[in-house]
Design a protein around this ligand. Structure first.
Ligand code: PGA
Length: 253
């Protein structure tokens, strides 16, 4: 059975103190209210990672980072490596978020190197793909998704691919309040599973968790997560409110 996952991407929000308070609140709500076997991942800023990892020790909650460099160390001012993240208890890394692609010029070749570094260290990579509004309207989205996945991930061998989680996040739905309909999302998720199967095999494709992201809220989470190829969500805005986030977590069945 593939793993259900809800991951909260906090982006550049919350000071260290605010992060500690929010993690403590979410930890309590998960303990008191969530009875399922899905995985909860919290992805705060780099600054909050060491204390976040300590705060979830002894719970099922995992901690993720929003980015990482592909080298282990070196003269890369301003960067942080996967081995450094691992050393403080991080077990997941988001790579290829559309904001990294859009605002920081990260391309598929760079993202492939980053993804490789994450899985080589035995961490899970949450690899984001998704088309822009223009690409959706001009019906290029299948091609765009195929290119992002094949160039970003298909350099991994079968064993490495076991550490891959894919997040489909249509750029036009991120932070906009627009959500792909459950049917639109399901169509892409099924397509992603198909190309993973063609590259590796059916078994690997069936074991790969594919998350949806883009304006997921408590009100729409259930109908999205009910789709057969949608295994949970990558949550932005709604992950910053403990009540909303736990209600989305509870939509994982
Ligand atoms: P959103 O962000 O939920 O605020 O749309 C999702 C994401 O960027 O991962």
């Amino acid at each position: 059975m593939r793993q259900k996952i809800v991951a909260g991407n906090w982006k550049m929000h919350k000071s260290l103190e605010e992060s500690q308070a929010l993690i403590t609140e979410i930890r309590g709500l998960v303990r008191d209210e969530y009875r399922g076997d899905g995985k909860v991942v919290i992805v705060p800023t780099f600054l909050a990672l060491p204390s976040a990892a300590r705060l979830v020790e002894g719970t099922e909650i995992e901690i993720g980072a929003q980015n990482a460099h592909y080298e282990d160390q070196g003269a890369f001012t301003g960067e942080i490596s996967v081995s450094m993240l691992k050393a403080v208890g991080v077990t997941n890394v988001i790579i290829g978020h559309s904001e990294r692609r859009q605002y920081f010029g990260e391309n598929n070749a760079l993202l492939a190197a980053k993804a490789k570094s994450v899985v080589r260290h035995g961490l899970k990579v949450i690899f984001c793909v998704g088309e822009t509004l223009e690409q959706r309207e001009s019906k290029q989205y299948f091609r765009v998704i195929e290119e992002q996945i094949s160039q970003g991930l298909f350099g991994l061998d079968r064993k490495e691919f076991a550490n891959v989680v894919i997040a489909y996040e249509p750029v036009w739905a991120i932070g906009t309040g627009l959500t792909a309909t459950p049917e639109q999302a399901q169509e892409i998720h099924a397509y992603i599973r198909k190309i993973v199967s063609a590259q590796y095999n059916d078994e690997i494709a069936n074991e790969t968790s594919i998350l949806y992201g883009g304006s997921v809220k408590p009100e729409n989470a259930t109908s999205i997560f009910m789709q057969p190829d949608i295994d949970g969500g990558l949550i932005g805005g709604a992950a910053l409110k403990a009540r909303d986030f736990i209600d989305i977590v509870k939509a994982m069945r």
